[in-house]
Design a protein around this ligand. Sequence first.
Ligand SMILES: Nc1ncnc2c1ncn2[C@@H]1O[C@H](COP(=O)(O)OP(=O)(O)O)[C@@H](O)[C@H]1O
Ligand SMILES: [Mg+2]
Length: 239
Amino acid sequence: MKQKKLLYAGKAKTVYRTDTKGKLIVEFRDDITAFDGGKKDVLKNKGSYNAEVSAFVFRYLEENGVKTHFVKMLDPRHMVVNELSMIPLEVIVRNIAAGSIVRNYPFKEGSKLNPPVIVIDYKDDSRHDPMLNDDLIVALKLATPQELRKIKKMALEVNALLARLLAAQGITLVDFKIEFGRKGKTICLGDEISMDSMRLWDKKTGESLDKDVYRFNKGDVMAIYNTVATRITRSKKKR
Ligand SMILES: Nc1ncnc2c1ncn2[C@@H]1O[C@H](COP(=O)(O)OP(=O)(O)O)[C@@H](O)[C@H]1O
Ligand SMILES: [Mg+2]
């Protein structure tokens, strides 16, 4: 498969067309950003750690009946995916209160959210990703009510599957963000699931195992990404 024209260069990944119709190559770059682009760095190997975890998680979700865009890895940082017509929603599922939900609402950091809380933001950097509600999503024609129901159902399925996978490795899934798109009429999970898009805490120590290490200078970001990638992908032997 040949990498062709650049389609989109985002904050952390670059998407290319290929010589095969409907297939794209996603390159996971070493760029890392936080705080709406206010903090930026290049961290060697970050892209490949995130790609490895994403590929592993997508395969696991597919095995468990969740439709994703994942096709295969070409090398440690290039993933072949099915082209989706992306829906500009950031679907966030929260199991424990942390991050913006604690800043914006009277939740105590670390308190359990049971049932999990789904928050959906409008993926629009120029507007700083404002929070949406169901009526706004439908009024803006971002998704139909049926699609929205499907998206929420899939988000909760991904949550349950991911939480179980991570718990087996001593990792608590605090929250995560996913993106969806359409392939024809079918809603598929797209984008990535990685240390940049999940908030993970070590079950024993409570230590951050994700981008919070970068956001809040909590330690050696790449050493932690490396360890977490190994821990997560090791779980295949236990399944
Ligand atoms: N299967 C797919 N088909 C088309 N676009 C995709 C697919 N998966 C992810 N994308 C899009 O590719 C881009 C990935 O690059 P990223 O650096 O994450 O961008 P951003 O800064 O917009 O978040 C995102 O805009 C994402 O919505
Ligand atoms: Mg992104």
